[in-house]
Design a protein around this ligand. Structure first.
Ligand SMILES: [Zn+2]
Length: 112
């Protein structure tokens, strides 16, 4: 797993990755630097409309690579306890987790 963005907090990419357990079609994953600035790179499987995770669980994705929305919210994430959500390419924190890093990335304008 790798990601560009020079380690900027909140930087994200939607990447197509293979399932580690089976030689299946590639799947969409959100790979991101934790928005709190703790330096962890994280990833989560995305499910588009019409797809479904086991038991209907999983993160639902609006299909946009540039300005993704992912539901439900993340967190608390391991180690740092960040809680937040990504909506239209913008991170938002919530609850009593750490705040967003001051230089937290937003999609759109700086993506190409
Ligand atoms: Zn963090």
């Amino acid at each position: 797993m790798s990601i560009n963005g020079k380690g900027q907090a909140g930087y994200f990419e939607v990447q197509q990755l293979s399932d580690a357990n089976a030689a299946r079609d590639k799947q969409n994953w959100l790979v991101f630097n934790c928005p709190c600035g703790c330096g962890k790179t994280r990833k989560t499987r995305l499910f588009s409309a019409g797809e479904r995770g086991q038991g209907g669980a999983g993160y639902h994705w609006n299909g946009s690579r540039l300005l993704p929305s992912v539901e439900p919210a993340f967190g608390p994430l391991p180690v740092c306890g960040f809680r937040g959500y990504l909506r239209d390419g913008v991170w938002n924190g919530y609850g009593n987790g750490p705040e967003l890093a001051k230089d937290c990335y937003s999609g759109g304008a700086s993506a190409s």
